[in-house]
Design a protein around this ligand. Structure first.
Ligand code: ELE
Length: 212
């Protein structure tokens, strides 16, 4: 396992669920990250799908003690560099490209790229990666696919993301080649919009116990 993969795993520190967040209003970022951390999910992924995402990452990195903020939906090298400069501790992408792999190689910030086919997984392996996002998980064969990878691609571990909820997360987490899952269910848009931080903390607390 490469030093950067080890760094990423130590950042996640056994956390079974990584919240995937879409921050529509930058003022929500800090209270949301605090609620998730209080609930036992300090490692979070803020997706670059909103205009305020980089500022949200900056604020969480600067203001929320104990939070481990990563950036998600990173599509190219420019976004990789911007997200790293904003204070992201790790970078998540939906897929894998040569440009992203090159950006990651030049950076101390670890990359968790998405892969779905054996060929993509093998390309990531050739680049030295042994821990990948399996995206979109439910839509791409889910648990059955991951079980099928376990033997031929035995040294690769996954963070399935996409369609994971409190109902199916424990089944994914029971697979030997799954380290954690990603999902948006712990921070529903309506709860974030209404500032229902206590309810989000409770969702996080339940998620933090999954697979244990
Ligand atoms: O943008 C990315 O990089 C993503 O990872 C997409 C996420 O996987 C989904 O937004 C989370 O999926 P759900 O939990 O099904 O809502």
């Amino acid at each position: 396992m490469s030093a950067k993969t080890e760094k990423l795993l130590s950042l996640l520190n056994g956390q079974p669920v990584v919240p995937v967040l879409k921050i529509a209003n930058v003022a929500d970022a800090v209270p949301l990250a605090r609620a998730l951390a209080r609930g036992g999910l300090p490692a979070i992924e803020i997706t670059l799908r909103t205009a305020d995402a980089l500022e949200a990452i900056r604020r969480v990195a600067g203001e929320v003690e104990g939070a481990i903020v990563g950036a998600g939906t990173i599509l190219d090298a420019r976004q990789f560099d911007e997200a790293a400069a904003a204070g992201s501790k790790f970078i998540v992408s939906p897929g894998i490209t040569n440009e992203l792999l090159a950006a990651a190689k030049d950076s101390p910030v670890p990359l968790l790229p998405g892969a779905i086919t054996p060929g993509e997984i093998m390309a990531a392996r050739e680049a030295g990666l042994r821990f990948l996002k399996f995206f979109p998980a439910e839509q791409s064969g889910g648990i059955a696919s991951l079980k099928a990878f376990a033997s031929p691609l035995a040294d690769v571990k996954f963070c399935p993301t996409g369609g994971i909820t409190g109902k199916n997360a424990a089944d994914y987490l029971s697979l030997p080649n799954v380290i954690c899952v990603g999902g948006s269910w712990v921070a529903p848009d309506d709860m974030v919009k209404a500032g229902r931080w206590d309810e989000i903390e409770a969702l996080a607390r339940a998620a933090s116990q999954l697979g244990r």
